[in-house]
Ligand binder design. Structure first.
Ligand SMILES: [Fe+2]
Length: 122
């Protein structure tokens, strides 16, 4: 099946660790579009754990390079985590709930990784 989200070099932050983590989130997002809702919870759990780890790392990196928009960026992370928490609390027990996760991921990749994250450059 064709991937929904293709990674492009233009999304790179030029920090390999961060870029690899973003690619992993792309992978999870693509996976969410190929499974039935019964497998949704596994992706959700993986995403939940991975995102908390990734945001911590990305925030540490922003601090390390004195990224000027760190405050705004951390706020955006908090908003995404809040949305993810909401989906996680309910879990995925229907196609509709899987669609909600997919919409969140769509928003996340388009508005965050493809726009905000690539501004973080050393
Ligand atoms: Fe970010």
């Amino acid at each position: 099946m064709e991937k929904m989200f293709l990674w492009k070099d233009e999304f790179e932050t030029k920090n390999k660790t961060i870029d690899d983590q973003h690619k992993k989130i792309f992978e999870l997002a693509n996976k969410s579009f190929t499974v039935s809702y019964k497998k949704g919870n596994r992706i959700l759990m993986e995403l939940y754990k991975y995102t908390n780890y990734h945001f911590r790392e990305e925030e540490a990196y922003m601090k390390e390079i004195n990224y000027s928009d760190i405050k705004k960026h951390k706020k955006l992370h908090l908003e995404l985590i809040t949305k993810l928490n909401k989906v996680s609390e309910k879990g995925i027990n229907s196609e509709n709930e899987l669609s909600q996760l997919q919409s969140l991921l769509w928003f996340w990749l388009k508005n965050h990784i493809m726009e905000e994250d690539k501004k973080i450059k050393n």
